[in-house]
Design a protein around this ligand. Structure first.
Ligand code: ADP
Ligand code: AMP
Length: 220
């Protein structure tokens, strides 16, 4: 049986950090819509250039573009046994499309892991975030520093700070999250799929809490 999961939470909640760890344990690919947009921008594709107009303003990329991109990604063979979605869906329309994409595959969502973090923590997390150029590994200058400043521990590539992690853009991203994405919390709660995890603890503790949820699920 394929395992499709969602990591839900505000920008800076720790979705990417936890997804790196969980996807290894669950042996399903980590699919981050933000990473796919950034890779497209790096490769100067048309999708990357269009998406960047929205990303740099802290706005969401329109649903039709985002849904088509994720649909194509989920149709690739490595997703046949499941996927861990990070940053998608972010709107009710995206959530509905995901359901039909999975239904077409004869699959369904297993669980939505909501990483809850107080708003005041988010800005501190994002302003200290560093990402690696090669494979999007995530660090924090205070909470999860690399061994050598500016260099990725895993692949040696350069670390950079995202332009959309600057304070003004972060404020807008959090506003957009509250307006367009936070309604998904209730949407999935009503469907009985939501599990809330306290994201306001150390990275290892959040991983443990998520793993505990997943192992309970496996024994059901
Ligand atoms: P998201 O993918 O939800 O936007 P990230 O996983 O990129 O969030 O995390 C945002 C920043 O916060 C990164 O710099 C990361 O190293 C750091 N971080 C993630 N989880 C924690 C945590 N539990 N405690 C402290 N810092 C964290
Ligand atoms: P992230 O890496 O998840 O923080 O995403 C970075 C940016 O990419 C977001 O601020 C949005 O502009 C865009 N983005 C990522 N995922 C989506 C999505 N599911 N829908 C719309 N825009 C998205």
């Amino acid at each position: 049986m394929a395992t499709y999961l969602i990591l839900l939470g505000a920008p800076g909640a720790g979705k990417g950090t936890q997804a790196e760890r969980l996807s290894q344990t669950l042996k399903v690919p980590h699919i981050s819509s933000g990473n796919i947009f950034r890779e497209n921008l790096k490769n100067q594709t048309e999708l990357g250039q269009v998406a960047n107009r929205y990303i740099s303003e802290g706005h969401l990329v329109p649903d039709d573009i985002t849904i088509a991109m994720i649909k194509e990604r989920l149709e690739r063979p490595d997703c046949a046994r499941g996927a861990l979605l990070d940053g998608f869906p972010r709107t009710p329309a995206q959530a509905e499309s995901l359901e039909s994409i999975l239904a077409q595959k004869g699959a369904r969502l297993e669980v939505v892991l909501y990483i809850k973090v107080p708003q005041e923590t988010l800005i501190h997390r994002l302003s200290g975030r560093w990402m690696c150029r090669a494979e999007n590994h995530v660090f924090h200058e205070e909470f999860n520093p690399p061994q050598i400043a500016g260099v990725c521990d895993y692949d040696g590539s350069e670390l950079f700070q995202r332009e959309d992690d600057q304070k003004e853009t972060v404020t807008e991203r959090i506003r957009v999250y509250l307006e367009q994405t936070a309604p998904l919390i209730n949407h999935y709660r009503q469907k009985g799929l939501l599990v809330e995890v306290d994201g306001n603890q150390s990275i290892d503790e959040v991983t443990e809490a998520l793993m505990a949820v997943l192992s309970v699920g496996a024994n059901r």
